[in-house]
Design a binder for this molecule. Structure first.
Ligand code: TRP
Length: 459
């Protein structure tokens, strides 16, 4: 297996996996999901989902990958037989579809970085109007998202390289520092406290089933779970690593960045008298206003810096999304890595075109009548991320519980963590994997499908 490559150190793996987890999901998606789903109560449900369901699932994924030492498809197949391999293939499909729209949004972030740093975006009179027009501009979007896909492919071609490990180790702390700096500034603004209240004081009257699905979907997406990304990364680590502590560090980093992003955005939104229910435009509309108020030079530096770091966060995520299908074709189909990367990057880019054109550029994609007038981007993101990732997690727990068996899971976790067997944690993890996750995720899946596609509320 030596020629598959691998992470050079434990911290390299943690940083790469945290890099995969921390991305647009934390800084772009999380705040607008909180905004649309009633504020603090969403945050609370999200935290519960992360600890109770997602943490054990993450451990399971890493363990499967490390045991099998293969890509998502190959891992399920070698541990469970050909039929379970289908689950791996489903995950790979989800990865392809998620990357197709993720790359479009990353393109917006890249465009904002350039337009703030080198253009005069900050002099715009109405940022909301600007964003609405911006995402509908075909040529700009094409250019920026092509660039983003090319950069992603360049890095993935190099394999599980020291470059990305080293880059993540520098960029992650920088992202943290900029976030904290901006938060301190934003807390000094008028009305900031209104934002903090919305974000931190739960209003339980806003709690409904929709909140729970969204929070769960968001937790899966943000932690890069449910489609085999961590099976793939887990296959690149050695048997001495402690999977539990690694998974804990990855989760804590991911949750902290999401939490901090909310702490930054809501004071800003409220201080500018905007509504938090803006949707996907939230970060792109609320932040430029603040950068603008910092004056022409500081605004450009801080604003440009923020969007640049957002791009880096997105980049370590697009890399992990692309690595999943690449690892499949390289490991299982024995195709050359370089050709596979460029082929997939091109294909995924093309698959992403309708999402790119769905933000006003082309009516047919922007408002789809069969999907409640929502956009193609919403459709792909809801089907392949919100619905499919928890489903993938559900099936993975069933796989561990009833095919691979929890004894094998414990065995794998024990390597690198001798005290695991017989511990309280082992019991909790097994309980979640055997009963809580499959039942809860299964119910939620069924209910979501019925309510989204047939308008029937079962629960
Ligand atoms: N977790 C990333 C984010 O929050 C996105 C991502 C990267 C992802 N790899 C993934 C999501 C795999 C689901 C599955 O932005």
């Amino acid at each position: 297996m030596a020629n598959r490559g691998g992470f050079s150190s434990r911290i390299g793996f943690i940083m790469a996996a945290a890099g995969s987890a921390v991305g647009l999901g934390n800084i772009w998606k999380f705040p607008y999901e909180v905004g649309e789903n009633g504020g603090a109560v969403f945050l609370l449900v999200y935290l519960i989902c992360t600890v109770v369901i997602c943490f054990p699932i993450m451990i399971g994924e890493i363990a499967i990958g490390r045991k099998a030492q293969k890509d998502a498809y190959g891992s399920y197949k070698s541990l469970g037989g050909r039929r379970w391999g289908l689950l791996g293939l489903f995950g790979i499909l989800c990865g392809v579809m998620i990357l197709s729209f993720y790359n479009v949004v990353a393109g917006w972030a890249f465009g904002y970085f350039l337009e703030i740093s080198f253009g005069d975006l900050l002099n715009t009179a109405d940022f909301k109007l600007f964003f609405g027009e911006y995402v509908g501009m075909i040529w700009d979007n094409l250019f920026f998202s092509v660039c983003f896909m090319i950069i992603t492919a360049f890095i993935v071609v190099k394999g599980v390289s020291g470059g990305i490990e080293r880059a993540s180790k520098i960029l992650m702390p920088m992202l943290f520092a900029i976030l904290v700096g901006l938060i301190i500034y934003s807390l000094t603004l008028d009305n900031a406290m209104e934002g903090i209240k919305f974000y931190l004081l739960p209003d339980f009257s806003k709690l409904n089933l929709e909140t729970i699905y969204s929070a769960l979907g968001q937790a899966f997406f943000s932690l890069s779970l449910g489609m085999g990304a961590l099976i793939t990364y887990g296959s690149y680590i050695d048997k001495k690593q402690n999977i539990i502590t690694s998974a804990a560090m990855i989760s804590v980093m991911d949750v902290s960045v999401a939490f901090l992003a909310g702490l930054l955005i809501f004071p800003l939104v409220f201080s500018q008298g905007q509504a938090p229910t803006e949707g996907p435009g939230l970060v792109f509309v609320a932040l430029p206003g603040v950068f603008n108020s910092m004056g022409p030079i500081i605004g450009k530096v801080v604003g440009g810096g923020f969007f640049l770091l957002l791009c880096f966060a997105a980049l370590t995520s697009t890399i992990s999304l692309l690595e999943v299908p690449v690892a499949y074709l390289v490991d299982t189909k024995k195709l050359p890595r370089k050709a596979v990367v460029w082929l997939l990057a091109t294909l995924i880019f093309v698959v992403g075109l309708p999402s790119m054109l769905s933000q006003g550029a082309v009516d047919m994609f922007s408002s789809m009548s069969f999907y409640g007038g929502k956009s193609f981007l919403d459709f792909v993101s809801e089907v392949f991320s919100d619905i499919s990732l928890p489903l993938g997690g559900c099936l993975m727990s069933i796989f561990i519980a009833y095919r691979w068996k929890t004894q094998s899971l414990s065995e794998e976790i024990s390597s690198g963590n001798e005290n695991y067997k017989g511990s309280f944690l082992e019991k909790v993890i097994n309980l979640v994997i055997m009963y809580i996750a499959p039942i809860l995720l299964g119910l939620i899946f069924i209910n979501t499908v019925f309510s989204k596609f047939f308008g029937i509320e079962i629960i």
